[in-house]
Design a protein around this ligand. Structure first.
Ligand code: FE
Length: 331
């Protein structure tokens, strides 16, 4: 009897160890202060492993049932969907998560949840382009933009998700024509990251760049890049129609999470208004929660209508998007 109790006690001690293990593709400085606050508020110790998203997914997968991972954090829906496909996430049902996060920004089965919104508008050089010339993403294939657009490589998941959203709306044939048209209008073969496209526009290489807004905001907030960033302005495409393409950073609970309850508790913590405001602002992103204040810097980019497409559809179409981009030789 005593032995049974002692062993039950031991089991529950290891089952309910007050910690949570995060595998994060998000830079440590963009999440650590929030995790410290979570630990201070709840007494739950957070162990953070930071790395490349694909490597973390492979690691959880190869660790299998013995994986210590409780939560996988990623900065694009495409990666979360890959994790789901590989069976390394588990279904979570939480009234808090379901009521706070718009349905389009979470997996319908509860395998991943959006925690911040990232927008990918058109950035233009006001001395070269009048905003009245801009309208939709579709219009970027027009002959007037020949040799005037900068965008990074098709290897990049942000572009893959953008094309996947296009496929979800317009189908494969129309999307393929769009990708061909975009490639035709590029000012140079794709190279560098989103920030490099903004710098190229500032340097006169192109008149339009496609980039996520947090890169522009980050440059505006950095004395070294401010002058370049100030040479471009934000145009929100598709405002009369479907809205501007958005993506998420988000997380899912690992399939074999040893601290499942703590992982869910952390997710729920991250969608509280104060956490949302901090977490979104740390990387100049938008909260997933309506009615949470955004920074003055983001306000300066103006309000916009976001595409309400379910991001799970974007994730499902990732492979199709890559095929189209390859065929059109978007390098
Ligand atoms: Fe990024």
């Amino acid at each position: 009897m005593l032995a049974a109790l002692a062993s039950a006690g031991l089991n529950s001690a290891s089952l309910w160890a007050n910690e949570v293990n995060i595998y994060s593709a998000r830079q440590e400085e963009l999440i650590k202060p929030l995790l410290d606050k979570f630990s201070a508020d709840t007494g739950i110790k957070v162990n953070l492993i930071t790395g490349n998203a694909d490597e973390l997914i492979t690691r959880i997968s190869s660790e299998g049932r013995n994986s210590p991972a409780d939560l996988l954090l990623s900065t694009d829906v495409g990666r979360l969907a890959r994790a789901k496909e590989q069976g390394i996430l588990q279904q979570v049902s939480s009234n808090i998560l379901d009521s706070q996060i718009p349905a389009a920004l979470r997996d319908p089965a509860g395998l991943w949840f959006g925690l911040t919104v990232r927008a990918r508008p058109i950035l233009y050089v006001p001395t070269k382009v009048d905003p009245s010339e801009l309208s939709t993403l579709a219009d970027l294939t027009s002959a007037k933009w020949r040799g005037r657009i900068c965008v990074r490589s098709s290897n990049n998941i942000y572009n893959q998700s953008m094309v996947a959203a296009l496929i979800a709306h317009d189908g494969v044939a129309v999307s393929e024509q769009w990708v061909e048209g975009l490639v035709r209008n590029l000012a140079r073969p794709p190279r560098g990251g989103d920030r490099d496209q903004i710098k190229a526009a500032a340097a006169g290489v192109c008149d339009i760049a496609l980039a996520n807004t947090y890169y522009l905001a980050g440059m505006l907030a950095d004395a070294r890049d401010k002058a370049d960033a100030e040479k471009v302005a934000v145009f929100w495409p598709d405002q009369a129609g479907r809205g501007t393409h958005i993506n998420i950073s988000g997380a899912g609970v690992a399939a074999h999470a040893p601290n499942q309850a703590n992982a869910i508790r952390l997710l729920e913590y991250m969608v509280q208004p104060a956490a949302q405001q901090w977490y979104a602002e740390a990387n100049h992103e938008y909260p997933v929660l309506a009615d949470v204040a955004i920074s003055e810097l983001l306000k300066s980019f103006g309000d916009f209508k976001a595409d309400s497409l379910e991001l799970s559809k974007v994730a499902e179409l990732n492979a199709e998007a890559i095929r189209i981009m390859d065929r059109a030789r978007w390098r």
